[in-house]
Design a protein around this ligand. Structure first.
Ligand SMILES: Cc1cc2nc3c(=O)[nH]c(=O)nc-3n(C[C@H](O)[C@H](O)[C@H](O)COP(=O)(O)OP(=O)(O)OC[C@H]3O[C@@H](n4cnc5c(N)ncnc54)[C@H](O)[C@@H]3O)c2cc1C
Length: 455
């Protein structure tokens, strides 16, 4: 029997980020369901990805990152409840609870994203004033404010966000140090010899880069004063911790939803969650809180990419609207702006191939993005990885022309292209955008030579 004290909705979405808001919009387009999004964030429908660009001064202000306002969603018939945490999911009675109320659902989407991690040894000192992690628009505002008064900044963690923050700080004229625990920067995305190119670029911008070490303490009384690393004290009036992020699964775990070995919520290919031994047909999860699979290794992982969240949202919305759809393994094509360089990769790195004991042959090239005489040409560095003549990974660094090559390599990996097929690739040419023989072709030829030499 219906409880009159409980609001009833057709679809409830927990989380107002990329997955949550895209799912809400698509469901509203393909059905007459009542849709409510509940988010603990005070903002919604903004680009997290654009925050480093605001801190750098490339984009005017944080408000420009807001793509749609709550009023827009209201007009579209979507209720958006902000600044409200969902505390509980009751799977049996089909309700969720916030501190204020219980709401019933027919279909539920868990879109809780991820939370930044802080290394264990820094957890106590991370509470000091001017020590930040970056996840939300509000975090971006606090960091912006602190940087206005700062003269020296230490960034701990040299993944894509850490590197972008280092660029932002140095372009603001601040004394900037970037610290990587790994022996090379961007170590989950590119191989060390490619990372060296990016590191040199950062150094040329005036950034101090320390690799292979982790800070032992962040020092200060109320406000941060310095960071200690290898017995050296580096002055810092702002510290940005950008080491890693974990899927936000506390709510799902508490409800009895099964969590996978990557730490993300287990979903089937319809993106329905697992409860006990079965998948619940009315409860979905996607985005950064969810476990997905690598197309090549078939290993579980968390994507941490907006593109994955958007694609998962379409699948979930279709399934909610009774248009059965599936989501398969991924390749994680990725790109990042590092000062004047674009850095991209797709598929496996050498580190991953050795972790999974995959024998590979690599090819590489160094070329130009335009004809040598054409103004604006930049060096381009390409690396390709093959397993048994089949493409399994690619990395590209240049001032331009990176996205299109990474996207082409992504398609080639997905279609299981082998070296001979790739060498039949016809590439277009005009002096302002390429060389007559595309630099990618040189990398592929180098890989084939390595294969022939290995026979
Ligand atoms: C600084 C930065 C830069 C990035 N740059 C890029 C990039 O260039 N390219 C790229 O592909 N990706 C990038 N990403 C990653 C990308 O933003 C994420 O992969 C994407 O936002 C994931 O979407 P999501 O909906 O799963 O999670 P999120 O967008 O994080 O949304 C999660 C939502 O859940 C809410 N929530 C969590 N728990 C609860 C609860 N209990 N109750 C209510 N609400 C809750 C949160 O408040 C939030 O609204 C970047 C991320 C950051 C932080």
């Amino acid at each position: 029997m219906n409880d009159p004290t409980i609001d009833e909705r057709d679809v409830i979405i927990i989380g107002g980020g990329a997955l949550g808001m895209t799912t809400a919009t698509h469901v509203k387009r393909c059905s007459n369901y009542s849709v409510t999004v509940i988010s603990k964030d005070v903002h919604t429908a903004y680009s997290e990805c654009g925050i480093p660009a605001v801190l750098e001064g490339e984009v005017d202000d944080l408000d420009s990152l807001i793509i749609r306002t709550p009023a827009f969603f209201k007009e579209s018939g979507i209720d958006v409840i902000l600044d409200t945490e969902v505390r509980n999911i009751d799977l049996k009675n089909r309700t969720i609870s916030t501190i204020q109320k219980k709401i019933g659902f027919k279909k539920l989407v868990i879109a809780t994203g991820s939370v930044p991690n802080i290394p264990r040894q820094l957890r106590n000192s991370a509470a000091l004033e001017n020590v930040f992690t970056l996840k939300t628009l509000s975090d971006g505002g606090r960091i912006e404010h602190a940087l206005e008064e700062a003269s020296c900044v230490v960034i701990i963690g040299a993944g894509p966000i850490g590197v972008e923050l280092a660029v932002a700080a140095t372009r603001r004229g601040l004394d900037t140090t970037l610290i990587s625990r790994s022996s090379s920067i961007l170590s989950h995305h590119i191989d060390p010899e490619m990372a060296d190119i990016v590191q040199e670029h950062l150094i040329s911008m005036g950034i101090r880069v320390i690799t292979g070490h982790c800070p032992t303490t962040i020092n200060g009384n109320i406000r941060v004063r310095s960071v200690t690393i290898e017995e050296q004290e580096i002055p810092a009036d702002v510290v940005l911790i950008s080491t890693s992020a974990s899927p936000e699964t506390a709510l799902a775990r508490k409800a009895g939803i099964v969590i996978g070995q990557s730490g993300g919520i287990i979903v089937n290919d319809h993106l329905q969650v697992k409860v006990g031994e079965t998948f619940d047909p009315e409860i979905f999860a996607g985005g950064d809180c969810t476990q997905v699979y690598d197309l090549i290794t078939e290993q579980p992982l968390i994507s941490h990419l907006a593109g994955t969240a958007r694609r998962m949202a379409s699948t979930i919305a279709d399934n909610i609207c009774n248009r059965p759809n599936t989501f398969g393994p991924i390749l994680r094509p990725w790109i990042c702006q590092v000062g004047n360089l674009l850095v991209g990769s797709v598929g496996l790195t050498e580190a991953e191939t050795s972790r999974y004991k995959i024998n590979i042959v690599t090819g590489s090239s160094r070329g130009q993005t335009r004809a040598s005489y054409y103004p604006g040409t930049t060096p381009i560095f390409i690396k390709v990885l093959f397993q048994d003549r089949r493409l399994v990974g690619g990395q590209v660094i240049a001032g331009e022309g990176v996205k299109e090559r990474i996207d082409a390599l992504s398609f080639a990996i997905r279609t299981e292209a082998d070296i001979e097929e790739l060498l039949t690739l016809e590439t277009c040419y005009t002096p302002s955008v390429s060389t007559v023989v595309d630099p990618l072709t040189h990398a592929l030829k180098d890989a084939r030579k390595q294969m022939e030499d290995a026979v």
